[in-house]
Design a protein around this ligand. Sequence first.
Ligand SMILES: C[S@@+](CC[C@H](N)C(=O)[O-])C[C@H]1O[C@@H](n2cnc3c(N)ncnc32)[C@H](O)[C@@H]1O
Length: 384
Amino acid sequence: MTGALLQCGHYDRFECRSCTWLERPYDEQLASKQATTRELVSAALGARAEPEWLPPVASAPAGFRTKAKMVVGGTVGRPTLGLWDPSRGSVDLRDCALHSAGIVAALPMLASFVTRAALAPYDVPTRSGELKHVLVTESPAGELMVRWVLRSTEAATRVRKHLAWLLAGVPSLRVVTLNIQPAHAALLEGERELVLTERDSLPMLVNGLTLHLGPRSFFQTNTDVAAALYRTARAWVDELAPTTVHDLYCGVGGFALHLAAPGRRVTGIEISADAVAAAERGRDDAGLAPDLVRFLVGDATSYLIEERADLVVVNPPRRGLGVELATRLEESGPATILYSSCNPETLARDLAVLSSYQPVRAQVLDMFPQTAHLEVLVLLSRVA
Ligand SMILES: C[S@@+](CC[C@H](N)C(=O)[O-])C[C@H]1O[C@@H](n2cnc3c(N)ncnc32)[C@H](O)[C@@H]1O
């Protein structure tokens, strides 16, 4: 842990103010995340007792983001990779201190590729140009996936033509795709993905398990803290030794694969078919039997599985479970719920609905230093 402040010229020049907590020492950020999360959870519990709060899990204060989402601006000759601001226009942030070292090292070559393949950056006010974003992910092994988000397939031939040059210039690059996002809307990516490389997913080795990350699947932004999250989940669940586990919003299988154990049936449910296919691949790589560990494409909100679970893991997007799913869980009655939340406000709202559950243990994990965002893991035991 550190009390030193991270220095950033972009922040000082008001070019990028995304790191809203940059002026707070890291120790203070962590303490504040713990305190506000505790307060919100406490207020939702009514007469129920407070859980035991374990010390928060810290992150490296810089270089922790293994996923970069860069808006491409400027011109073909002088592209910027960073953000677009209505008053300032495009801002180049390729030296952003939050990104992992492998991403920072690759960004200059990616900018050169924009020029070489003549990919005209999309200009928001005039709605002209082709290239909207470049999305980069780095795996723990230092391999990269790069996704070019384009307005149309107009530039696809030029990207293919110069791909060998890019692969030679960025030797860690394993997966390159084009994502087509035709709408003039603040959407990061579109539905259509064209994979240009032999490999179509990035192996993410986390705690000895390989999670396969495809272009359109979710993965936590901070891989080190995600690894700590999955290890903690496994330790807490192993103490309880459930025989049946459901993992709702399972993504590419992070929780499900960590919680698999001899004789334990684990079922993951996820809306993205690509993510489910990736989770199955991770299961097969780990040598886990498909009849013990299975993944289903479906809507977690309306999930219905014939077997009851002893323990249900939920890891929803920021909107939380919502009244419908929280009520369903409250009524269906698993003995334990393990709730991993990236939004303490929706967590608190869901806890109020889950009134038959006592939160017994909780821990804040800092996935997002320099901002108010965080992850929190709560173990809930049924008491009524
Ligand atoms: C916060 S991510 C968690 C993923 C995974 N648990 C992990 O550790 O990486 C939320 C996931 O929920 C999925 N999702 C969103 N809405 C859903 C729904 N209604 N039903 C099932 N999955 C959903 C998303 O595709 C995404 O993979």
